[in-house]
Design a protein around this ligand. Structure first.
Ligand code: ASP
Ligand code: MG
Length: 415
């Protein structure tokens, strides 16, 4: 338990505020933190499922709806939970008020449905916090330069919370969610996965973009850029954030014993495309990936093989499963221009990655991954690396086997 008074931003996700009983439980949680003498601002998501329903409504109204009106509709879920939480706090004797994004204001870019927070004007909130009040802010929303309501992209209330913590210069941003922290791997598959006490911003960023859905990627970027310590913790357990029961996302220097590999993650949202025998000459990669980029199809891993005769080569790359059909369509339409003989798609693949800042200073990390997969007869189809991660694409049927093997080989198994 911390001795001194801290300023904390606590964010509660959709499942934590799914109904009135849970909102009351959140209020009780906030009260304990408040009674311990901390200043606390709370960011809430919409009740679980509500945002999905609102998105469906806008689609049903018109498939080509105006993004500004979409924001007006989908931002309303958070208005309900912010108001209800303020009422529940008041009912427990705590002075509290709610804010919508525009009231603060939370100023954002004008990219409706995926706006970025530019500035949060916190003077009034600061005054109230030092006055012993609890501030409740509706997550996921802001106001654009055109004075219209914006939203931050799905999962955006994590970003609201971190941005508020940065603006308020808070000591910590606690993200209460339906898991009790960040794990070395997916505990549903790797039964010996462990909860990490700490993880670096960079590792969290890789893990978030590699498929671990704990935090919105943008929120981790913001936390890293502003040095906001973020804690991921369960909203269904009893401990409060100041007991530090979850996983802290922090700077590398705040971690004393750094493992070489901190996590083994996977993403099934992958599909592989091989173009057979494309011309091996300058401009071909640009001709393939340019039209895909123009159509907003993100290409992730790429390998180009050496050609036998110096004129033709195979090109393999991955896209998300949702983009596969579109990618095929775009490429088939350019078959003559690109000159490939066949397009071979494969959606039964999974990307398995190991992540760890320790890789920078240790050799042989990739070798261990490759040989442990080889020992189990798992063929690696594509490899990609960054400074702190190695990803391989393998057949989907080997997902469990690969995750467990790698978890063991890097010494991550719980005792
Ligand atoms: N309610 C929004 C969503 O479902 C924002 C959030 O929960 O973070 O995406
Ligand atoms: Mg979320």
């Amino acid at each position: 338990m911390e001795e001194t008074m801290s300023r904390i931003v606590a964010k509660f996700g959709g499942t934590s505020v799914a109904d009135l009983d849970r909102i009351r439980a959140v209020a009780a949680r906030v009260k304990r933190e408040y009674d311990a003498g901390h200043e606390i601002a709370v960011v809430v998501s919409a009740m679980a499922g509500v945002t999905n329903d609102l998105v469906d409504l806008t689609r049903a109204a018109h498939s080509m709806h105006d993004a500004r009106e979409y924001d007006v509709v989908v931002s309303t879920g958070e208005q309900v939970t912010a108001g209800l939480l303020a009422i529940c706090l008041q009912e427990q004797g705590i002075p509290a008020r709610s804010w919508l994004g525009w009231q603060v204001p939370v100023r954002t870019s004008d990219a409706h449905a995926k706006a970025r927070i530019e500035k949060i004007e916190t003077e009034e909130m600061e005054r109230r916090l030092s006055d012993g009040q609890v501030c409740v802010l509706a997550g996921f929303q802001g106001i654009g330069p055109d004075n219209r309501i914006t939203t931050l992209g799905r999962g955006g209330s994590d970003t609201t919370a971190v941005a508020l913590a940065a603006a308020l210069n808070a000591d910590r941003c606690d993200i209460y969610t339906d898991v009790d922290g960040v794990y070395t791997s997916d505990p549903r598959i790797v039964t010996r996965a462990r909860k990490l006490d700490k993880i670096t911003y960079e590792e969290m960023l890789e893990m978030a973009s590699l498929g671990a859905k704990v935090l919105q990627t943008r929120s981790v970027e913001l936390a890293m850029n502003h040095g906001v310590p973020v804690q991921v913790l369960s909203s269904f357990e009893d401990a409060i954030g100041s007991d530090l029961p979850g996983t802290l996302v922090v700077d590398e220097e705040d971690i004393v014993e750094q493992e070489i590999v901190s996590g083994v993650t996977y993403s099934r949202d992958e599909a592989k495309i091989t173009l057979m025998r494309v011309a091996d000459r300058p401009g071909v990669a640009a001709a393939i990936f340019g039209p895909l980029a123009d159509a907003n199809v993100n290409v992730d891993m790429i390998v180009q093989n050496v050609s036998e005769d110096g004129t033709r080569t195979d090109m393999t790359f991955t896209v998300t499963r949702g983009d596969l059909d579109r990618a095929i369509e775009i490429l088939e339409a350019r078959k003559d221009e690109l000159g490939f003989t066949d397009l071979v798609p494969d959606a039964d693949v999974v990307k398995v990655s190991v992540v760890g800042v320790g890789m920078r200073s240790h050799a042989g990390v990739a070798q261990r991954m490759f040989s442990s997969l080889a020992e189990r007869g798992i063929n690696i189809q594509v490899i990609s690396t960054s400074e702190i991660k190695i990803s391989v694409l393998i057949a989907e049927e080997f997902t469990e086997l690969a995750l467990r093997a790698l978890h063991t080989v890097y010494g991550l198994d719980a005792a």
